[in-house]
Design a protein around this ligand. Structure first.
Ligand code: ADP
Length: 271
């Protein structure tokens, strides 16, 4: 608790009493701690590829550049690490953009379809390259979802990209429906699944079940934390069920424009 004391002064600076204000700063402290942890995590994640790039560049400058084999190998590593840094910075920027953005509310019935059309050029070829069957079912009759198209596309992209990424063969699907007065999105896959003990942690920033595999696949461990952030910021919910070796199901419930889960951030109707 933070205490602030303001004396009430009479004429000639004689004190008549005081107003004491007590602030509960528990939440503030918690946020400060989260921020410190986050900065620590980010620094670590940025430092790893940077150290590697620095080391290989120095080795090249020291003479390895003269040996064609080494030059090629080292440049490839530098290239890979640079791409990794770029992805990381891109995702961090997305995260900070979301943190500073209130969920907007737009019109249009088929926002989910629209969002899917936006990410289809990325997801379609990715699934095809892995011979994964893609199934998308979005009824036309869904009520309006209370989320802007950009954020919605980001949710679809991160979840569907993961589904394809962590599936070696089989199917990936997105089913949209109207349940519990909310828009329900189910992102399923027949992939590697997630061990039960990791399930509660997958939405944490930088959490990766298999660090090596995720890194190899270009993962940064930020994708799901971004999704959770967007969904909860809009007043929705997200959870996951999974069976190791058979697949995962991410379920997302989003508020609708009129009814369903109430969203405090949503501008009130003026009529
Ligand atoms: P990443 O960039 O590593 O994919 P995410 O935050 O998107 O980071 O996901 C966190 C971790 O959750 C991943 O590293 C992966 O281990 C696990 N994961 C996410 N989606 C799936 C999925 N569909 N199937 C299996 N594992 C998944």
């Amino acid at each position: 608790i933070r205490v602030q004391v303001n004396p009430i002064l009479e004429e000639k600076d004689r004190s008549q009493g005081a107003v004491i204000v007590c602030y509960d700063i528990t939440e503030l402290r918690r946020l400060e701690q989260l921020r410190t942890e986050f900065v620590g995590n980010v620094s670590h994640e940025l430092r790893t590829p940077l150290t590697s790039i620095k080391g290989f560049v120095e080795t090249l400058l020291d003479g390895a550049a003269e040996v064609p084999d080494l030059r090629e190998r080292f440049l490839n590593i530098i290239h890979k690490e640079t791409l990794r840094l770029q992805r990381l910075v891109d995702e961090l920027l997305t995260l900070s953009r979301i943190e500073n953005q209130r969920p907007d509310v737009c019109n249009g019935r088929s926002r989910i379809q629209e969002a899917y059309e936006k990410i289809k050029p990325v997801i379609g070829p990715y699934a095809e390259a892995k011979s994964i069957e893609l199934e998308v079912v979005i009824p036309n009759t869904l009520p309006e979802v209370a989320m802007g198209i950009d954020l919605l596309s980001q949710v679809l992209l991160n979840l569907m990209e993961n589904a394809v990424k962590y599936t070696a063969k089989g199917r990936v699907w997105l089913h949209a429906s109207y349940v519990n007065q909310s828009i329900r999105l189910e992102f399923g896959d027949t992939g590697c699944g997630i061990p039960q003990e990791d399930l509660p942690r997958v939405f944490e920033r930088f959490y990766r079940v298999d660090k090596a595999r995720s890194r190899e696949q270009g993962g940064t461990g930020l994708g799901l934390s971004i999704v959770k952030h967007i969904v909860e910021g809009a007043g929705g919910k997200i959870w996951v069920t999974s069976k190791l070796g058979s697949g995962s199901l991410f379920i997302c419930e989003l508020p609708t424009r009129n009814g369903g889960i109430t969203n405090e951030e949503e501008p009130k109707d003026t009529n």
